[in-house]
Design a protein around this ligand. Structure first.
Ligand code: MLT
Length: 411
């Protein structure tokens, strides 16, 4: 009989968002008369159509594939040069990133999970709590943890609590870590890290010879000019950090799928014989073995985001979602709830009313207001007592959510 990867059996419950979808479906079946009223502010999935510049570029690319002279088969695994050059020019000006340090992929969820392929066993892995569940679950699958306790915390991970007291930005720990997951602007709390806080992390990583896995999928939402958008804005990060970015939340590519990883050539890990090995070379080997590149029309569409027209259309999309975030912040505040995030991120992080835990608030919002939110405890035990409202929605839906929140708390 085929042996399985028993690490999967350690995973607690299902992945958070399918679990929420399951509960919403069950609610709709139990209350068919209210199912049409449900507004989804749970999963952070974009709602607005693709920027017209992207649509045109993708159509043109498909037409190229339709002609014998312009047809293309397999592309370069690492991504087409035209996209990698555009990424460097428009997203990393003056930051020394070179196009051959960029690896184009089909999503940051896959990249942040797959990156574990190039790391060995025995690393101390630091993970914030609350956290994007993919970082935890993929470490469980890879065998980097023990069993979960009653709170869902896995033995062997170094959890870094993020609380209202530290503004939901983890402080550097006293003990050593080898791999550190940071996500700014943060999913789920919407927190951003100051330059000084990121400098402290880079100092820590260099002191412990650790690698920072920096997820900047929400970079486009940073409004405060003093907040770094990339870890590579911090001196020394090119020696110790890998950055993940995505076109999902800026260009609306959640369904199109395109993202990238930047691995500077100077970032190294240690082989069993103690020698230093460049992570860039390992990822390049992994990528070319297990991935055949994002599709040509998708990469053409992504490159169109960097044209003048594309940039203006992305700015309008971000303005739209951030306008939603501002409305949701105000409504939650007016309801008398503690509110974080939503100023440099599309997520508003809200404290539950007295007497309700995160899933209790989920049930109340769904049952009494037909609004889907994400329970904070689904992101880790330190998220208990909080919930996340996603600003990815139409303006009309967000205004309706604000009205229902008001009614709920006036009642
Ligand atoms: C979320 O809701 O946290 C996001 O949709 C997750 C993701 O981008 O995979």
């Amino acid at each position: 009989m085929a042996a399985i990867n028993s690490n999967f059996l350690k995973l607690k419950a299902g992945y958070l968002f399918p679990e929420i979808a399951r509960r919403v479906k069950a609610y709709g079946e139990a209350h068919p008369e209210l199912a049409g009223r449900v507004i989804r502010c749970g999963i952070g999935d974009v709602t607005e159509p693709l920027p017209p510049a992207v649509v045109r570029a993708m159509h043109e690319a498909v037409d190229e594939l339709a002609g014998r002279d312009t047809f293309k088969g397999y592309g370069p695994e690492q991504g087409y040069e035209f996209l990698r050059e555009a990424i460097v020019e428009h997203m990393y000006p003056g930051l020394e990133v070179s196009a051959d340090e960029v690896f184009v992929s089909d999503g940051s969820k896959c990249d942040t999970g797959n990156i574990l392929d190039i790391f060995g066993k025995g690393n101390v892995i630091a993970i914030t709590d609350p956290v994007y569940p993919v970082y935890v679950d993929t470490n469980v699958m890879a065998g980097n943890t023990g069993e979960a306790d009653a709170n869902g915390a896995y033995a062997g991970l170094l959890y870094l609590p993020c609380t209202a007291e530290n503004g939901f930005v983890a402080e550097v720990p006293d003990q050593r870590a080898d791999l550190i997951y940071l996500c700014f602007p943060n999913n789920p709390t919407g927190a951003v890290a100051t330059r000084a806080q990121l400098e402290a992390w880079v100092r820590y990583a260099k002191q412990h010879d650790a690698v920072i896995l920096f997820d900047a999928a929400y970079e486009a939402y940073v409004r405060d000019p003093s907040v770094p958008r990339s870890i590579f804005e911090i001196d020394g990060a090119r020696d110790c950090a890998i950055e993940f970015r995505s076109f999902s939340k800026n260009g609306g590519f959640t369904g199109v799928r395109c993202a990238f990883v930047v691995i500077p050539k100077g970032v190294t890990g240690m082989a069993e014989d103690g020698s230093r090995v460049a992570l860039h070379a390992l990822w390049s080997r992994r990528h070319s073995t297990k991935f055949n590149g994002a599709s040509y029309p998708v990469q053409k569409g992504a490159a169109a985001l960097f044209t003048e027209e594309g940039k203006a259309q992305v700015a309008a999309l971000i303005d739209h979602y951030m306008g939603n975030a501002a409305l949701l912040r105000e409504a939650a505040k007016a309801a008398g709830l503690p509110v974080f995030g939503g100023e440099n991120a599309p997520y508003v992080w809200v404290g539950c009313p007295e007497g309700l835990d995160s899933w209790g608030m989920f049930d109340k919002m769904l049952g009494e207001a037909q609004v889907v939110i994400t329970p904070g405890s689904g992101f880790g035990s330190a998220g208990e007592g909080w919930f996340r409202i996603s600003a990815f929605n139409s303006r009309a839906n967000v205004e309706e959510v604000c009205r229902r929140l008001k009614a709920l708390f006036e009642a």
